[in-house]
Design a protein around this ligand. Structure first.
Ligand code: ADP
Ligand code: ADP
Length: 226
């Protein structure tokens, strides 16, 4: 699992109305195999922070190191799950899950069994040949997680992956996520606006203040694992 280190990280967007400071002065360490949640009010810069760690946005200040190397784009061995699933409607669930390895230029045949195994674990065993629009929101989000896990990423980033779902579905998926994380112990940065969810799932919870967000406090959680 990856070790991630953010030092004095800042991001200011350019906009027609002038610069928009989104995050500033972020210092955060994610130990290898650690599960860290970020909580904070809407607009405080949580998604921006995740995109910076994903290498999808450039930094305005500071630096981000993954395993001691300064990132300049998406780090190797990265899996990302966004709030809204990004499944392609013209591809089956299996084809969608295989997309990550396909885009990486790897042979998908080698990953087919693993993809089917992941889908089965996430209760999608009989849905691999269905299309995203045939599935419920929770099922699509589970397929997105399978896709993110397929290539055994060393670093997982999740941006309110269950935010759009009803509370019961969210609880189920949180339990599945907790189990998967227990088994694989990959470094996981998880964004949520639910403190309860963060406390339930994580080793540490980092609280962000209003934009431009910085980390106000980091709390270590010492509760039995779900
Ligand atoms: P959160 O995820 O905590 O809701 P965001 O990271 O989405 O917060 O946004 C932080 C701040 O940056 C907000 O003020 C938002 O309006 C602004 N922002 C986000 N993305 C952009 C962008 N592409 N261009 C300009 N401003 C942006
Ligand atoms: P989720 O909790 O995954 O959002 P729902 O609560 O909508 O799913 O549905 C519960 C179960 O009903 C699913 O796990 C699935 O077995 C079945 N189901 C839901 N939507 C569909 C669908 N569009 N086609 C086939 N089965 C479905």
């Amino acid at each position: 699992a990856a070790h991630v280190c953010l030092r004095n990280v800042g991001k200011t967007y350019a906009s027609p109305r002038g610069p928009v400071p989104a995050v500033a002065g972020i210092d955060l360490d994610l130990g290898a195999g650690e599960f860290v949640s970020i909580v904070g009010p809407s607009g405080c810069g949580k998604s921006t922070l995740l995109k910076l760690v994903a290498g999808l946005e450039g930094l305005s200040a500071g630096e981000i190191m993954v395993d001691g190397r300064r990132i300049d784009g998406p780090p190797d061995g990265l899996g990302v799950v966004f709030q809204r699933d990004v499944l392609l409607d013209w591809r089956t669930i299996l084809q969608n899950v295989l997309l990550s390895v396909e885009l990486a230029g790897k042979p998908t045949d080698a990953y087919r069994e693993r993809a089917l195994g992941l889908l089965a674990r996430f209760g999608l065993g009989s849905f691999e040949h269905r299309y995203p629009w045939e599935l419920s929101g929770g099922m699509r989000q589970r397929a997105s997680i399978c896709r993110a896990l397929l290539s055994d990423p060393q670093l997982l980033l999740m941006d309110e992956p269950f935010g759009a779902l009803d509370a019961m579905t969210r609880d189920d998926l949180n339990l599945e996520l907790a189990r998967i994380w227990q088994e694989t112990r990959k470094t996981l940065l998880f964004i949520t606006h639910s403190i309860a969810e963060a406390v339930f799932l994580s080793d540490r919870v980092a609280m962000m203040g209003r934009a431009p967000g910085s980390i106000m406090e980091i709390v270590a959680i010492d509760l039995p694992r779900p």
